[in-house]
Write a protein that binds this ligand. Sequence first.
Ligand code: MG
Length: 238
Amino acid sequence: MEYRGCLVYDGDDTLWFNTFKYHLPAVKCNEIICRDLGVYSITPLEVQKLVREIDERNIKILGFSRKRFPMSWVMAYRKLCAMRSLKPKKNVAEKLYREASKFYQPPFPLKTLARETLKEMQSRGFYQVLLTLGDKRVQRLKIHSTGLGKFFNEIRIPSADKTHHLEELSLKFGEKIWMIGNSKKSDIGAAIGAKVKAFYIPWATSLDDSYECDQELYRQYVTELKNISELTTISILN
Ligand SMILES: [Mg+2]
């Protein structure tokens, strides 16, 4: 079959909402720790900061493993106990692990018109790839629960950088390939690195979204969209 070109989609926070899934487990884990430590507790904000530091270190060891976020909470709890010369409780650690693991449990609500957009672009004859970073089992679970799998010719779940996947696909499609994503670093930065044009759909769930691309290359390669359905209005894809 002859394809018109290739559209490479990011998944998390591009096709479905994802980052918010960490928020409630984090609040609940914080509560579990503060309750258990009682008078020995530090402030919830400091607990959160400690978890973030541990989680950032764990990225180097555990990468995108589904175990990382729950482990970081357990490690933070153990560290706080050690600081106060308390013995960590096994049942509290287990509770934390269980609660934090909810970040990857469905449902994952779809972005508005994500399904319709994928269907439309598929019917226009594009080869569609889902290129989503993460733990393979978790990403498969999300794809299954959103029911979006049928819109893709290929699903790729790298554990690190997307750049070489884009390079490989661009060998096949030449100029007719576009990356679509919400992350300046892992989607847009990778596309620029692979010399692939990109549609950037900003979706920040943090006040600090500070990654900066090379301005000149950004202007050359990137078009900003307000939402995923705007893709259907782009004249070059029509
Ligand atoms: Mg994303």
